[in-house]
Ligand binder design. Structure first.
Ligand SMILES: [Zn+2]
Length: 352
């Protein structure tokens, strides 16, 4: 039976879409949804309570010993099934930002790189002579729009050979399975997120519950410094764990109008609902996030292309030819660091 249970640590997984996995917020600045996320954690969501299983259906009708034994067994089975229940989706309590699913026309960024995502979730396409590399497929419902965009840049779907994953949260990776079915692209992801991607269950512990996504097989797990090459174009992985254990930033060199540029696709470094204190599924989260923010702050990059485009104003910068901004990444990381320390202090106080 459905019951309102204030917290879901009872063996039944609660799924809400209360606040995005990634919460949206790439660099940790609050955009309103982190607050929603925290609240989401306390929101009562409909769950099957394991101790409640079947009582109403089975309780009253026991006449013979045999019958009552049967009833007892059935009741235990219901309780067991509820305890083992595979998480099911619960209708959105708080909708995702509309921009995440708002289609937008693809456009050229720098060198061989194109924007093929939606308004609020980035998918980047790198064209090479031997096909294309896609970075993130975004949400499942965006896949048709992203595929349309890829084709509009002149790349047939079967020419997308690699799908690089930023991290295993539904807003970036839920579309991967459908994208792979359509393109046959090989999925490349940070080693720390492989289990999450292949199970469809995001890693770590958060204040907003678990938002599952369709699982996808990872063809290649990468670690810091590993690179992938297609058609003479190489992207190198920078391990930036914290937001998720396998959160991976990617860098590449391009030549744009005769200028050599280093481009970075930074993974999220926001806290975004992650439990910083007592996170048993990810005990090194605090040290990892701190180190990743410091690491990215030191990375030389003339062009910054995050997976939440608004964080680096990608659309406006591209339209206004302001994509080349060597001081942008350290500036963003300064803010991310302040936000992280502030959130850490807040969670410490809360758990005291
Ligand atoms: Zn995320």
């Amino acid at each position: 039976m459905l019951t309102h249970h204030p917290n879901n640590r009872v063996g039944v997984n609660r799924i809400t879409r209360a606040a995005a996995g990634c919460s949206p917020d790439l660099f940790g600045r609050t955009n309103g949804r982190e607050g929603v996320g925290a609240a989401g954690g306390h929101r009562h969501a409909p769950v099957i309570h394991p101790n409640d299983g079947g009582r109403s259906q089975l309780g009253a009708s026991t006449r013979s010993t045999a019958a009552s034994r049967l009833v007892r067994i059935a009741r235990q089975a219901v309780v067991l099934m509820a305890a083992l229940a595979v998480p099911t989706f619960v209708t959105a309590a708080t909708p995702n930002p509309p921009a995440w699913t708002t289609p937008t026309a693809p456009y050229h960024l720098v060198g061989p790189i194109w924007y093929v995502g939606t308004q609020g979730l980035a998918a980047y396409l790198v064209k090479t002579r031997d096909g294309a590399i896609l970075l993130d497929a975004t949400m499942a419902e965006n896949v048709p729009a992203v595929m349309r965009n890829i084709r509009a840049t002149g790349v047939p779907l079967h020419r997308v050979k690699l799908l690089l994953v930023s991290h295993a949260h539904f807003d970036h990776a839920a579309g991967d399975a459908a994208m792979v079915r359509a393109t046959r692209a090989a999925v490349v992801a940070g080693a720390g997120d492989v289990a999450a991607l292949e199970s469809g269950i995001p890693p770590g512990e958060t204040s907003y519950g678990v938002i599952r996504f369709p699982p996808v097989s990872v063809a290649r797990a990468v670690r810091n410094g590993d690179s992938v090459t297609l058609g003479g174009t190489t992207l190198t992985a920078i391990a930036t764990p914290g937001h998720t254990p396998g959160c991976t930033s990617w860098t590449m060199r391009v030549v744009d109008h005769g200028h050599p540029l280093r481009v970075i696709f930074p993974c999220s470094v926001s806290v975004a609902g992650n439990r910083l204190i007592g996170n048993r599924r990810y005990p090194t989260i605090v040290a990892d996030l701190r180190a990743s923010i410091a690491r990215l702050a030191r990375e030389p990059a003339e062009v910054v292309l995050p997976f939440h485009p608004e964080q680096a104003d990608v659309h406006a910068r591209a339209a206004e030819h302001r994509l080349i901004a060597p001081s942008l990444l350290p500036t963003l990381m300064r803010t991310a660091s302040e936000d992280f320390e502030r959130e850490l202090t807040r969670q410490r106080k809360e758990t005291r």
